[in-house]
Design a protein around this ligand. Sequence first.
Ligand code: CO
Length: 469
Amino acid sequence: MADHRLGFESFEEEPSPTTLDVEGELPDWLTGTLLRNGPGLFDVGGEAVTHWFDGLALLRRFRFDDGIEYSSRFLRSEAYLAAARGELAFREFGTNPSRSLLDRVREITGETMTDNASVTVRHRDGEFRAVTETSRELAFDPEELTTLGERRDAIDATGTLAHDHYDPLQEERVGLGIDFGSRSGYLVYRDPDDGPTEEIARIGADEPAYMHSFALTDHYVVLTEHPFTVPPTRLLGDRPFIENFRWYPERETRFLVVDRRTGETVAAPSVPPFFTFHHVDAYERASQLVLDLVAFEDHSFVESLALANLRSRSPAIPGGELRRYRIDLDAETASDETLFSGPIEFPTIHYAEANTHPYRYCYGVGKEPGSFNDRLHKVDVEHATTETWDEEGLHPGEALFVPDPGGEEEDDGVLLSVALDVEEERSCVLVLDAAGFEEVARAYLPDALPFDFHGAFYPDGERPIPSMS
Ligand code: CO
């Protein structure tokens, strides 16, 4: 019998739209398109890329309308076109082609960073884009999944985070850039619905940290600066991007609380070191900020996502916990509380309603030690209780919450997850009722897809709602 390793095999096909057989009952209000992104091709020129993040982006489309139609297509990035010829064209997250020093200098300015936009999708300026952690975004057609061309952020930074925030009340997107150039540090920016992109704050850092997401509240942007950092000159060396970063266990993790209007850093409390990829939510409570995230002891989670480990029968992957920090803005202190000990990753919430506000439910992917993601969790953060959904042989990915437009409770809606069924040797779309946390429908794909990262559901005729930060 196959196992989770099937989800780390290269997928070479580009199936045209196929109507899937649906088992169970889809809610009749569920119409729209689920777009997901993640690596699809790992083997380039007869050799595997080193890190999970370096597989070439494969866009997946699930159209919900009285049934489910599925298609997938590789993003036609320069990185993909080179890979199709058997070449690695860029320095990737954890994989390196040999490069000249000049090329590496140009990378630091953002000029020659990779365009393998495999992390998630974003709706911006009226179009859909595939994004990663460089400033090279690729627009694509949401129906045909054809690549339309490159769009660059008008931001003076080496790269920008794939995870940003959209604030429907203030009608702006807030993003974070990291600069490894002569003005190294963090660049917080806004991209208002009705105006040009502008800088909110530039915070210098001699050794910028690797950051994958950040938190937003009504008045603040919160950066979590863990001690996984790099002196920018080290990036001129010949190692893959992330291998230049080092973890400093003797240093602390610092929260940089930045005023969204003035750009001032109003507090910078430090806590014992931890590592994070994903923030869950943050909100204000008088002079306190509540900040929830998935915390790891250290950076070893990044290393554990090397393809060689993931392609082993029993991969060793550290587990993260759902943790709450309470930041006192006056005292500049922070205390923590475990909401769920995990392991949990790919956290999602009812983003459209809950982001920047208090929330009750966090959904996430969990696992048994020594296995790969094999269950879904629903954490009630108000009561610190957790429900778990799993099925033997099933490896679900990120569960996106899609609200029922007629619903009243925070969990009135469904969770959509693409899972690998190792017994069937095929992937399936899972539809779980979020309130009851039980399956209501599933639909098998013709093939087994590689595991994906993130995505978003776009209801028909409405402003697209991101799935998470
Ligand atoms: Co992410």
